[in-house]
Design a binder for this molecule. Sequence first.
Ligand code: T3D
Length: 265
Amino acid sequence: MTSETTESLVMSRKEDGYTVITLNRPGKLNAFIKEMHLALRKAFHEAANDPACRAIVLTGEGRGFCAGQDLQERSFENGPPDLGASLAENYNPLVTAIRTAEKPVIAAVNGVAAGAGANVALACDIVIAARSAKFIQSFSKIGLVPDAGGSWVLPKLIGEARARALAILAEPVTAEQAVEWGMIWTTVDDAELMTAAEGMARELAARPTRSFALMKKAFLAGPENSLEEQLALEAALQRDAGRTEDFHAGVEAFRAGTKPVFKGR
Ligand code: T3D
């Protein structure tokens, strides 16, 4: 690495109520190298565990969101690399951290999101993409299979026919097409991306954070559960939600006809 340091590979900016985490290898479209994974895990862990942070925005510096694994990092000199180990060590914990974070995670997709870069974005709770962004399941172009949760989340989002075709053909999906297919939440003009993403984060930071944490548990478990199991889980989660200060504040404000002040607990 020349001017790249672990610290600078990922930037973390704390705002009032939310944190913006920015992948920062713009010259390589923010492709993942080991050091960037380490820095991202650290930044994400800090934001996830910071009580003052009630929403996280993940974005990329420059013209790309993330081009997935840095292919220059892979060496075949001593035999084939162990990609399973790479996933277990780096990508899987990241996707799990995003899905289990007890606060909403917004992906602000500023440009191309390819390979694991696309699927890290799709692991986030809400995806907002710049109009010029595109999503590419580029794995099959280099003989790999979708990872970082892509084979799990894509069929759920867009149906199996489209998921299979995207994985096999590795064709880019524009931001507008992604919205139309239900792959992402919305698209905005490029210049508006961070205003939109941070505006949403600011708004979410003023909402009842525990309810977001609990509903994430429900959505995570849902696909594997029977209806009976999911109903039981909803009852357990709602029991917890009903015990929060924010539920109390919400009901009091409703009765008084005032605006609730949610504290996230
Ligand atoms: O290994 C494991 O741990 C297993 C996990 C695998 C997960 C994966 O993500 S596998 C998939 C890896 N990603 C790709 O295959 C995508 C490769 N990149 C591309 O196909 C294209 O770059 C894009 C379609 C994303 C963008 O194209 P374009 O024309 O807009 O940009 P570009 O000119 O190709 O790229 C700009 C620079 O970024 C360029 O560097 P240079 O020549 O200017 O110094 C290019 O080499 C670099 N870059 C882009 N993607 C990667 C990359 N360098 C290393 N690895 C990349 N993935």
